[in-house]
Design a protein around this ligand. Sequence first.
Ligand SMILES: C[S@@+](CC[C@H](N)C(=O)[O-])C[C@H]1O[C@@H](n2cnc3c(N)ncnc32)[C@H](O)[C@@H]1O
Length: 290
Amino acid sequence: MSDLRRAIDAATARLTQAGVGSPYADAIALAAHAAGTDRSEIHRRLVLGAPVPAGFDDLIDARAARVPLQHLTGRAAFRRLELHVGPGVFVPRPETEILVDLALTVLAETSVAGESPVVVDLCTGSGAIALAVKDEAPSAEVHAVEVSLEAHAWAERNVTTTGLDVDLIHADAMAEVPELEHLRGLVDLVTCNPPYVPIDRVPIDPEVRDHDPDLALYGGSVDGLAIPLALADRAATLLRPGGVLLMEHADEQGESLPAALRARGWEQVTDHRDLTGRPRVVSAVQADCR
Ligand SMILES: C[S@@+](CC[C@H](N)C(=O)[O-])C[C@H]1O[C@@H](n2cnc3c(N)ncnc32)[C@H](O)[C@@H]1O
């Protein structure tokens, strides 16, 4: 057995013991990161035999201490993009990708030939949703708002490295955003993955609890909906009549958030499930008059 194979097996056992969800995949990803190569090359080296890359053991120590894999590699995959992430920014999740599918459908259904649809992403974090929308719907004019200076800096880096033309704004999306005032009542689509965790529901996974910023997690009330609903109110000031809000939510908010939006005057409120079948994103249409 090669040194690398032995090291991967030992790391997998160690990560399993530490409660890491995907120990073998993480060990391979960290070996690839330490070696400065990709996962398929590590699989090739496992067959052919190779030494253990320098720094691998330290990375496994950190992962066993439940530092997120993406903080160790510095990258998170989202749709077609590889985003820079690290301390101070929410790591984009695969379940959020459904929101981008829904956004692309809205844009395809509402786009008018020769016109650029206007999209605003509230709570952009790393810029994941805004950048993926711009990447996959290049004709859209995309604006993105983030309140945390640290997260905004990661988003700025991702705008630069992807080269995608997204207008990034550092502001509190629950208040009036001066940079967006010229778009009041004109926006076609608002996307938002807000903080929505109920304030007394501290996440169990150390990767989330200890490494995602509190500002990215907690929704400001016992039902977790105070901040999402305040953001929906701001979205209503931006959207044109017939414009669409897409907002991610927790599994258990699949009925309460749509009900609260209907009560606030939103129309055609529909909830959508993610790829695992769990309630994940609500869509709502701005009424003709409010
Ligand atoms: C759950 S994270 C989502 C990040 C990113 N959109 C994604 O899907 O990966 C929520 C983000 O909202 C930001 N945030 C929280 N309150 C905000 C506010 N009032 N205005 C703007 N951004 C806010 C947090 O800093 C965090 O980056």
